[in-house]
Each structure stands twice: as C-alpha cells, then as structure tokens.
Design a protein around this ligand. Structure first.
Ligand code: PLP
Length: 236
C-alpha cells in the first residue's frame, strides 16, 4: 500500500521525467518547460501533498476554488504561485487578481478591459496570457486566430496588463495529431503577431498541453504545460 504523499510524489516525478524526455527529443532544455500542476480535481489537503512534493506552480480553472484554496489553512502563506487557467467572469476580476501570479485565460476584449480597470484600481499590474481558440471548437473560449493581430496591436491601451504570451487548448476530437496541429498553429500565430506588439511586450510564453497531449505541446514549443489528471492517478 503506497501512502498518499508517496503516490503524489511518484506521479509528479513521472510527469517531470516525461517533460524532460519530450524536451530533449525536441532539442530543448527541460527547464524551458514549466509544469503547472492543475489541482481542480482535489481538495486543499491533496493539493498540499503536490506542493510538498515540489510543484509550487498550481493551476485552478474556477476563480472561487482558487480563492478558497489560496486562503485555506493547508496552503495559505506558502510560496505557491497560483495560476488561473479557466474562464474568468468580469464580476470576479477584482477579487481574483490579488491571488493570481498569471492569468492564462484572457479570452475577450471585454475581459481585457475589465482586467485593465481592476489592475489600475488595485495599483498592481496583472500578468496574463491571451487565450486563442485554435481548434475552432464551439464550446471553447478564446480569441479567433484572425482576431489576434488587432488585439496584440492594441495592447498599449492596457498599460496595467502585462501580456506575456498565448494559451490554447487542443480540439476535443482528433487525437494526438489534431492536438499537435492546434499547438503548431499557436506557435505560428505567436511568430506572426509578435512583431505587432508594443515596445516592451514580448510574447514569450506558450501555455499549451494537458495530461493527454503535453508531449505534443512540448514538441511544438510549449513553455508551460497544464497537467492535472495524471498527477492524481491512483489517489482516492
Ligand atoms: C482541467 C484543465 C487542465 C488539466 O487537464 P488534465 O487533462 O486533467 O491534465 C488544463 N487546462 C485547462 C484549461 C483545464 O481546465
């Protein structure tokens, strides 16, 4: 019988070594790829096991769960970087920003404006990525690829939002090949729109890849992979 903390530690090590192998196959250094451990499936107790095992960048997809975990007795006051990876409603921006080191999911101009306003009001710039709907799946959030040039060209209008790169999710259908196409598209979009960015803005981060497809994402240049299910396998 493996105890819970050993299990989580082993799962983390397995994911880290798959990341290192995928980076090596792509001719990249393992430390060019950051693991965001996605904790939306588990409680604060299990989340603390992952942090104890050495994964200190954690992602939640729902703002309210992120606030609750970040403030929970198990996790408050630790050197954890919280990332919001899911959709953020405009009425939750103000409460979310102080907890979050990186917002992966700016998916509309309305949200970008709301983040600008809140960051200016709080007096602390927000760090964020622009989410792009590379798959075209109707249920997914994000800018359409052909909207991105204009959005990036307008970033100087949002001086309190630091945009560091792009994020996407692969198509629900089509398996590894389709995922890899979606990730290649995000990388190509980055190359295309980066020259339009205002001075001082460099779109270096590509947040792409989850449990089922993070190796494909690393092959296409992911700098952050968001892995959940695989980290919690066998936990009950
Ligand atoms: C849940 C989630 C993940 C992690 O997915 P797994 O398949 O469990 O690894 C990554 N990104 C986003 C946006 C998510 O909502």
């Amino acid at each position: 019988m493996t105890d819970r903390s050993t299990l989580v530690r082993q799962n983390l090590q397995a994911v880290q070594s798959r990341i290192a192998d995928a980076a090596q196959r792509a001719g990249r250094a393992a430390d060019e790829v950051r693991l965001v451990g996605v904790t939306k499936y588990v409680d604060a107790d299990a989340t603390a096991l992952l942090a104890n095992a050495g994964c200190s960048t954690l992602g939640e997809s729902r703002p309210q769960q992120l606030w609750e975990k970040a403030d929970s007795p198990e996790l408050a006051g630790r050197s954890i970087e919280w990332h919001l990876i899911g959709h953020l409603q405009r009425n939750k921006v103000r409460q979310t920003l102080p907890h979050v080191a990186l917002l992966h999911s700016i998916d509309s101009l309305r949200l970008l404006k709301a983040v600008q306003q809140a960051a200016a009001a709080i007096g602390q710039p927000a760090r964020a990525l622009l989410e792009v709907n590379c798959s075209g799946d109707a249920e997914k959030h994000g800018f359409a690829p052909d909207e991105l040039d204009a959005v990036v060209g307008s970033l100087a209008e949002y001086p309190d939002v630091e945009i560091h790169g792009l994020m996407t999710m692969a198509a629900r259908e089509g398996g590894a090949d389709q995922a890899r196409n979606n990730f290649a598209l995000l990388r190509e979009l980055r190359e295309r729109v980066a020259p339009n960015a205002p001075d001082g803005v460099s779109l270096t981060e590509l947040s792409m890849g989850m449990s089922g497809d993070f190796e494909e994402a690393i092959a296409e240049g992911a700098t952050m992979v968001r892995v959940g299910s695989t980290l919690w396998e066998g936990l009950r």
